[in-house]
Design a binder for this molecule. Structure first.
Ligand code: ASP
Length: 276
């Protein structure tokens, strides 16, 4: 939101980018790095995901998350899950402990409890308003998401995305974030995570459309811009982050801003919310 102060979140993103790059430098795989980064973004309460999520129109918090590993195209997701601290970890659990890609609602919550994933304490009193969000914002269709993409020393790519969704969404509403394809995508060439109005991202193809345009010869930035232009044409706003197998990073958005950070061997530390 233009005019609001995002210094605290930018400082947090800087620390997280440095911690993630240090993990990669120590040889931690991309899948672990994106999961750890997104779990931290969920747990800190600074963003509209995990602890910083707002209730749906029925008055309670439902969360969506997904994760994808490029080399083997393994993927996991949870949608409209309640009661867990880190939906992204449950998404990885779905990927590794079940034959499925996605669990939803009650089934996802039951799986998380039985598999021992951390439960929120104190019910919905666990949730806080993220920095920069006021109680007035909750009455509007505001939204937010956290995501991470990574390339590791072995050349493996991974992506993860997590959200509390749009404020005042209908009970049971699921956006792009837990959908492998629109919200999150990773293959041998590129890893991508999207944020924005989920309905428009789904209808544009989102992350997988970026991968396909890039595979067909567009530069990473051109591929992202084509998808963002389509989302805009459909009436939505969005932001997309991506990294290629060659370590090329691109981050772009058609909204007023997007809190973002990048760091890598050939990528100096970059942290920003608005242009410039
Ligand atoms: N994409 C998310 C959703 O539609 C919200 C966001 O990224 O702002 O649930």
């Amino acid at each position: 939101m233009p005019g609001r102060d995002y210094a605290a979140t930018e400082a947090h993103l800087r620390e997280l980018a440095e911690a993630s790059e240090a993990r990669l430098a120590r040889g931690t795989c991309a899948l672990d790095v994106v999961e750890i980064a997104v779990a931290e973004l969920e747990s800190c309460g600074l963003y509209v995901a995990g602890k910083g999520s707002a209730p749906n129109s029925a008055g309670y918090v439902e969360l969506d998350a997904s994760i994808m590993h490029g080399p083997d195209r393994m993927a996991g997701a949870v949608a409209a899950i309640t009661g867990v601290v880190n939906p992204v970890c449950v998404a990885r659990g779905v990927m590794e402990k079940t034959p499925h890609v996605m669990l939803t609602g009650k089934g996802a919550a039951n799986f998380a409890r039985e598999a021992g994933f951390e439960q929120v304490s104190g019910g919905d009193s666990y949730y806080v308003l993220p920095v920069g969000v006021t109680a007035d914002d909750i009455s509007e269709q505001k939204h937010g998401t956290v995501g991470a993409v990574a390339l590791d020393n072995a050349g493996q790519l991974a992506a993860a995305t997590s959200t509390g969704g749009t404020f005042m969404k209908l009970e049971g509403r699921v956006g792009d974030t837990p959908l492998i394809g629109p919200g999150t995508w990773a293959d041998d060439a590129v890893a991508i995570s999207c944020t924005g109005t989920g309905e428009h991202i789904i209808r544009s193809g989102g992350a997988i459309a970026v991968a396909h345009f890039h595979a067909a010869g567009a530069s990473l930035r051109e591929a992202i811009d084509r998808v963002l232009a389509e989302i805009k044409r459909l009436g939505g706003d969005a932001g997309i982050i991506a990294v290629t197998r060659q370590g090329e990073v691109a981050m772009a958005y058609n909204s007023d801003g997007m809190k973002r950070a990048a760091l890598g061997k050939n990528q100096p530390l970059y942290v920003a919310t608005f242009d410039g």
